[in-house]
Design a binder for this molecule. Structure first.
Ligand code: CP
Ligand code: NVA
Length: 308
């Protein structure tokens, strides 16, 4: 494992499976009240330059359950919001804390933070990637389907941070991945380049959601306008509306028994119909819960005492 978790592109298939196996153990320990305070006395600094419910709560509760402590730093209220360089923030926090979780806009900011910090840095979402969410998604799929390899995962909608991380995570775990995005909203070129290095037949990008969803075992979607794109809301509604929605008709094309995942928050009537959301609420909220277990695994593996 590297020092940091910045994006799934940096992880090997073995790293991902190590995190997923550790996450399953974390979940088992928590459900069976088995003590697992592996980060006793350790502190995680959490920097948020964007809103959050799940990420903030699951990291904070996760640190508590591991016997450590998490502290919340809002971008606006800290000196980060007044322009203190990320390189200085990294060096200061490295003197007080044992790890940093950051949610921000530019991936480059997270990469710079990690380069200058002597402690592990975890990406809690950037415009480019949402690695912790996708680790929880892969965990949820494996729990329900007992495997990842050979399953078909499809993503419908904006080629955003979720699409980028799902394509990389799915392909690294041996899944077949398809994505349907409108023209002009494709996944990041770095991700498409990575997909080309994997056996071609395993990744397809198309415009028609029906083509992407055909025989899928897992159907995933996300909002049409992400945080920071509020001003593009109307333009995006025109580009995605009426076509890029996971609804009953689309699900009828997927494999019978297919799962639906959504990282949340969801906009019913936009990227997902209310009926499909409720029919798959079991998996979607399990996915939300699994953020806790997957991130506890990441924190333990990055911040825990290393075996020599
Ligand atoms: N899925 C997710 O990251 O949720 P939050 O924005 O609430 O953290
Ligand atoms: N794509 C969404 C994910 C939110 C968890 C966003 O970046 O706003």
């Amino acid at each position: 494992m590297n020092k940091d978790l910045l994006k799934l592109l940096d992880l090997s298939r073995e790293d991902i499976y190590k995190i997923l196996n550790t996450a399953d153990q974390m979940k088992y320990s928590q459900k069976h009240h088995i003590p697992h305070d592996y980060l006793r006395g350790k502190t995680l600094a959490m920097i948020f330059e964007k809103n959050s419910t799940r990420t903030r709560v699951s990291f904070e509760v996760g640190m508590y359950q591991l016997g450590g402590h998490a502290l919340f730093l809002s971008g606006k209220e800290s000196q980060i919001g007044r322009g203190e360089p990320v390189e200085d923030t990294a060096r200061v926090l490295s003197r007080y804390c044992d790890g940093i979780m950051i949610r921000t806009y530019a991936q480059e900011e997270v990469e710079a933070l990690a380069r200058c910090a002597s402690i592990p840095v975890i990406n809690g979402l950037t415009d480019f990637a949402h690695p912790c969410q996708v680790l929880a998604d892969l965990m949820t799929v494996r729990e329900r389907m007992a495997r990842l390899e050979g399953l078909k995962l499809c993503f419908i909608g904006d080629g955003n941070n979720m699409a980028n991380s799902l394509i990389v995570g799915g392909l690294k775990c041996g899944m077949d991945v398809s994505a349907a995005c409108p023209e002009g909203y494709d996944p990041d070129p770095r991700v498409l380049d990575f997909a080309k290095t994997v056996d071609d037949a395993r990744f397809t990008l198309c415009r028609d959601p029906r083509e992407a969803a055909a025989d899928a075992d897992v159907v995933v979607t996300d909002v049409w306008a992400s945080m920071g794109q509020e001003e593009e809301k109307e333009k995006r509604q025109k580009a995605f509306g009426g076509v890029y929605q996971v609804d009953g008709a689309l699900m009828a094309l997927a494999h019978p028994g297919a799962m639906v995942l959504h990282c949340l928050p969801a906009h019913r009537g936009e990227e997902i119909s209310a009926e499909v959301f409720e029919a798959h609420a079991g998996e979607i909220f399990e996915e939300a819960e699994n953020r806790l277990h997957a991130q506890k695994a990441v924190m333990y593996l990055l911040m825990g005492e290393k075996e020599d």
